[in-house]
Design a protein. Structure first.
Length: 65
């Protein structure tokens, strides 16, 4: 059985936790930061998690992580 290729775009965006959840970064924090409130920018620093439905798809893209 041949090895499965890892999707490199997905590998750069997602990380697997010890419990098997998939971590992701938050969107909307790259530009136009002056019009966003400090509270909003602070919350964008926090880690997000993928939902269970999307996790199945992402786990296929990053099989060896």
């Amino acid at each position: 059985m041949p090895k499965i290729k890892t999707n490199r775009a997905a590998a750069k965006r997602y990380r697997l936790t010890g419990s098997g959840k998939i971590k992701r970064g938050k969107a909307f924090k790259s530009h136009f930061l002056s019009r966003k409130s400090a509270k909003r920018k602070r919350n964008l620093r926090k880690i997000g998690y993928i939902s269970e439905n999307e996790a199945r798809t992402v786990k296929r893209l990053i099989p060896y992580k």
